[in-house]
Design a protein around this ligand. Structure first.
Ligand code: PLP
Length: 411
């Protein structure tokens, strides 16, 4: 247990001390969701135990306190993304809702038949299906940028796909299936130099370091709080203020209006215009607590540990007989996807589960990518800063069990 004990952050996450099927939990599914530190759990408890009230509408103490905490959460997220102001942060359910909001409210009204939407083949369905549907509805055309066999975006091909008709470019910062980090600043420059607005799916990027939306130059940036060590149901859409203010509401109801009469309703500016109804107050506050925790922990040490761990995991996992790593781009976060000759990824996941090792198996909501790679799915270990080399060793030992059970089924 030495190595696990030496990791300075594991003790902050109560779940990591638990056992699964009598074995220490080895949690390697951080791309699906991250575990929550005690400080986030404490903050949620504190909020419900002592501060809970609905926001905005109350003149009494508790409501004012809750409103303040919600506003502070927005400011903390703005700081984390280096947004120009807190009003550029819209709280939504998650990345999925954020992308749908931009597709429906920003892109939809701008699209005419024959216009083009540019995405990449490595998109999660959350940043693919909304654009595909919108294209079908408006008569626009979906253009899909290719990748190399290593899982790296073909940047020249991406650039060549821009045309006079390109109306929006939507791409992922980091691939959830491959771990590839895309050169989003360069991609954004390519789009903006042609006057094309940019939406970035940051779901897999934020858990590995802060993001500077102004340095990237994008118009929209989406992420999910639960992948950033925060609660479920609290996600973020960053949007440039002047764009958000010019967009029609996505949903309507309470809290987002300026005035309502029988004849006409007028709407508030962003971000309230996009937060109809009671928002996820506790979720936003919990997310802010997660960001505060990460800042105190220090992104530099988090990054250094993750890079070391990825190199170790790549070497150890890659040495398992009959196993092939899928996604070997030079710039990667801690995601190791792999296939084993003759063994279905779900069988890999099931055998690993008997050893207390949690990984994900399947298409990872990237079916077009899997088709491009000529496979139906992968097994995927995804790392975070609380993982250790011991976790990787346990995974590799369990993979040995997979290989011995299925033998040389693939020949
Ligand atoms: N985009 C990417 C790259 C993802 O990995 C995910 C989730 O795995 C999503 C979008 C969707 O996130 P959510 O389900 O939290 O909306």
């Amino acid at each position: 247990m030495g190595e696990r004990k030496r990791n300075p952050w594991r003790g902050d996450f109560p779940i990591l001390g638990t056992e699964v099927k009598g074995k220490p939990l080895v949690y390697l599914d951080n791309a699906a969701t991250t575990q929550k530190p005690q400080v986030v759990l404490d903050r949620l408890f504190e909020f419900f135990a002592r501060e809970n009230a609905n926001i905005h509408r109350g003149v009494y103490y508790l409501s004012v306190q809750a409103t303040d905490a919600y506003d502070q959460a927005r400011a903390r997220v703005a700081d984390f993304l280096n947004a120009a102001m807190p009003q550029e942060i819209v709280f939504v359910r998650g990345t999925t809702e954020a992308v749908n909001l931009v597709a429906r409210s920003f892109a939809g009204p701008r699209l005419r038949p024959g216009d083009e939407i540019l995405v990449t083949i490595m998109e999660h369905h959350a940043n693919f299906v909304p654009w595909q549907l919108l294209a079908e509805e408006t008569g626009a055309v979906l253009k899909v940028a290719p990748i190399s066999d290593a899982g790296e975006l073909e940047l020249d091909a991406f650039e060549n796909l821009f045309s006079q008709r390109t109306r929006i470019a939507a791409f992922t910062h980091v691939s959830n299936s491959l771990g590839t980090i895309n050169p989003v600043a360069e991609m954004t420059r390519m789009a903006k130099s042609r006057g094309v607005p940019v939406v970035i799916d940051g779901a897999q990027a934020v858990g590995h370091g802060p993001v500077d939306v102004q340095a990237i130059g994008c118009d929209f940036y989406a992420f999910s709080g639960h992948k950033l060590f925060g609660p479920y149901g609290a996600g973020v859409l960053y949007g440039r203020k002047e764009l958000l203010d010019a967009m029609p509401p996505y949903q309507t109801g309470g809290d987002m209006i300026e005035s309502v009469s029988i004849e006409k309703t007028t709407f508030r500016e962003a971000p309230e215009r996009f937060e109809a109804g009671t928002p996820n107050i506790s979720g936003a506050i919990g997310l802010a607590a997660a960001i505060e925790y990460l800042e105190k922990t220090g992104w530099k040490s988090i990054r250094a540990h993750e890079e070391d761990l990825l190199a170790y995991a790549t070497a150890k996992i890659g040495a398992v007989p009959g196993l092939r790593i899928v996604g070997t781009a030079p710039e990667k976060v801690g995601v190791v996807s792999f296939v084993i000759d003759g063994v279905h990824p779900h069988d890999v996941g099931t055998v690993l589960d008997t050893e207390g090792v949690c990984i994900r198996a399947g298409h990872h909501c990237t079916m077009p990518l899997m088709r491009r790679l000529g496979i139906s799915g992968t097994a995927r270990a995804s790392l975070s800063f609380y993982n250790t080399k011991e976790d990787i060793d346990d995974l590799v030992t369990a993979l040995g069990k997979v290989v011995s059970i299925f033998g040389n089924a693939g020949g």
